[in-house]
Design a protein around this ligand. Sequence first.
Ligand SMILES: NC(=O)c1ccc[n+]([C@@H]2O[C@H](COP(=O)([O-])OP(=O)(O)OC[C@H]3O[C@@H](n4cnc5c(N)ncnc54)[C@H](OP(=O)(O)O)[C@@H]3O)[C@@H](O)[C@H]2O)c1
Length: 259
Amino acid sequence: MNQAYLNGRVAVVTGASRGIGKALAAAAASLGINLAIAARGEGPLKETAEEIAEKYKVAVLPVVCDVTKLEDLENLVDKTKEKFGRIDILINNAGVSSQYPFQNQPLEDLEKLAHTNYLGYVRLIRLVINDMIENKSGAIINMVSGSTLNDPLPRNFIVYSSLKVGLRAFSKALFWELRDHGIKVTSILPGVTDTELTGKLKDITADTSRLMTTEAIENALKFALSVPANVCPLEISVINQQTPWTKPVIPFKQQHPDK
Ligand SMILES: NC(=O)c1ccc[n+]([C@@H]2O[C@H](COP(=O)([O-])OP(=O)(O)OC[C@H]3O[C@@H](n4cnc5c(N)ncnc54)[C@H](OP(=O)(O)O)[C@@H]3O)[C@@H](O)[C@H]2O)c1
């Protein structure tokens, strides 16, 4: 898709009120793409919409939406189509994280992670995909995680990371399933990025010099959207040069680490 194609297209961006999603919404707007942006908190979402619309002179529709709720996802799609008539690009980004030894992880946390970080993505794709098939074009970008590159997955993040592994597998399979319809599906795998999500993590973010800004992820999105029409970047990993994962991934202690 070249710049002339992207100008005036319509993207839905979830989790766009702050962090990576906000940065990606702004990056898309900088290419002339109109936006529907979604998050739960109305105040920051509206502020973000005004800020991006003012700066990039595109139309930005804020839609309050909890991606764990099917009716909210349906409303997001309906409101976007009401305003813009179509959805060309879906940037699935809303996500939550938590850090627990599995045996201490609250049951409600498991449900929240699964509904936000996996089912929310798959459901929203299901709601937009038939229009994309009919249009014979579309781009789906899924925000996965660099943690999925580690085997075993990072300790204390195994539910978060295994859901991202599932999302990554789903994304790749979806591309093969839909490629004859002209639809691109790209996973972006960011390293540890300086956002509210990582702000409270123990050990991982203590050394802030190791954290990434959103810049490389914005560039990854622009790359994914601007490759030639007959090419699909399936996965783009943008990982910290000194990744903070190394330490928790490989525990050197012989005894159980919690003893
Ligand atoms: N930061 C990292 O190091 C990192 C690394 C790899 C992957 N990622 C992934 O990147 C994505 C964005 O992370 P981030 O670091 O930018 O997080 P963040 O700063 O905490 O922002 C999360 C965004 O998602 C929204 N959100 C959360 N739960 C939602 C829900 N149920 N429904 C709708 N919106 C919801 C939040 O707004 P509301 O709270 O108002 O809803 C906010 O706009 C996530 O999928 C995350 O897993 C992050």
